[in-house]
Design a protein around this ligand. Structure first.
Ligand SMILES: C[S@@+](CC[C@H](N)C(=O)[O-])C[C@H]1O[C@@H](n2cnc3c(N)ncnc32)[C@H](O)[C@@H]1O
Length: 337
């Protein structure tokens, strides 16, 4: 794989057209991608080609777009080094593939939230705030084949007067199932410091950037910045299942299998109806109970179910525990046999 060197190897500010190598975000997206065989896959903002390399294992045809000619040249070299052929198109987001549809679309877009100034192609979209994530999601209905997937990483604003889940819910496309998983929330100061460090701009000569960036956050009443994974499936149904949640705990990696299972469960419930499903508890399901001793002996006060690759924890009441209902809880498996 061909890419530029990061600041860990070559210190100093990154060039505006820096092409990212294998970073943490790239690995997170690669690990969360649903790896089912598909005929066509699209990587928006292909960069050095890390996502496309993974897609090559289960997609017949791969298309990549990027606004940076330098990134496209590196992606072409990565493909050649691996004996692969990718269709590489220059342009803004999905503009080069307008009118075409795909079975799987992945993107680790330049999602960094800021004023709208673009100084680095790998980080800045040129859109202000978190608009780029909303814009990518809005393309899903015209970009996906029936049953197709769109998976992206993104940042979203936590504003003073609005729940972040409402904001993100407003971006989710109609007739698509969706699962939004928030993995991290940073306060504006931490966020700005992290991204300046990432680009090697954490020096006195770049202090004015930090000030302008933080002023923008203050003017827009921003209390924090969420980071996570959004997965969308073109289910073509009137009442899709759209779940938005905070899952900050450590998960098994990769969790693309869990993402696929999540969407299969939504489809199974819709097809069969919850009451007619044959539900089975996942093998690693655990029940944790906390009880205190009263006059009549031990009284259970809290019950938590944990398990599955996401290691999610759900409070449950005694009825849930005593019945097969426990297997229906969002993060545990269901079979339709
Ligand atoms: C965070 S990097 C991701 C690269 C690679 N796909 C990965 O997963 O590591 C974002 C990529 O999007 C490209 N990009 C930035 N703005 C874009 C735009 N408006 N349209 C298409 N690509 C863009 C950048 O050049 C960069 O290659």
């Amino acid at each position: 794989m061909l890419s530029d060197l990061g600041t860990d190897v070559r210190p100093g500010p990154l060039a505006p057209d820096h092409v990212l190598g294998i970073g943490g975000a790239a690995l997170t997206l690669a690990g969360a991608t649903v790896r089912q065989p598909v005929a066509s896959a699209l990587d928006i903002g292909i960069g050095c080609g890390i996502q496309a390399l993974h897609l090559s294992r289960h997609s017949t045809k791969i298309t990549g777009t990027d606004i940076s000619e330098r990134a496209l040249a590196m992606a072409a070299t990565t493909a050649a080094l691996n004996g692969l052929e990718w269709e590489l198109l220059a342009g803004d987001l999905t503009e080069p593939v307008a009118g075409r549809r795909f079975d799987l679309v992945v993107t680790n877009p330049p999602f960094v939230i800021g004023t709208g100034d673009a100084t680095h192609a790998y980080r800045d979209s040129g859109r202000s705030g978190d608009a780029v994530v909303a814009e990518v999601l809005a393309t899903a209905p015209s970009l996906l084949n029936d049953g197709g997937w769109l998976q992206l990483l993104g940042n979203w604003l936590h504003l003073a007067d609005r729940d972040w889940t409402e904001r993100v819910a407003g971006w989710l496309p109609d007739r698509c199932d969706a699962w939004v998983v928030q993995r991290e929330v940073l306060d504006p100061a931490e966020y700005v410091a992290m991204w300046l460090r990432d680009a090697g701009q954490d020096t006195a000569e770049h202090a004015h950037r930090a000030t302008a960036w933080l002023d923008w956050f203050a003017e827009h009443d921003v209390r924090g910045v969420g980071f996570g994974l959004i997965s969308v499936r073109a289910s073509n149904v009137d009442s899709p299942s759209q779940v938005i949640e905070d899952l900050r705990q450590q998960t098994d990696h990769p969790f693309g299998i869990q993402v696929g299972e999540f969407f299969d469960r939504q489809a199974a419930v819709r097809r069969t109806g919850l009451l007619d499903l044959h539900l089975v508890a996942a093998p690693d399901l655990r029940l944790r109970q906390e009880a205190s001793r009263g006059a009549d002996g031990w009284e259970v006060e809290d019950q938590l179910l944990t398990g599955g690759g996401l290691r999610a924890t759900h409070p449950v009441d005694p009825l849930m525990v005593s019945r097969w209902w426990l297997a229906a809880t969002a993060h545990f498996r269901c079979g339709t046999s």
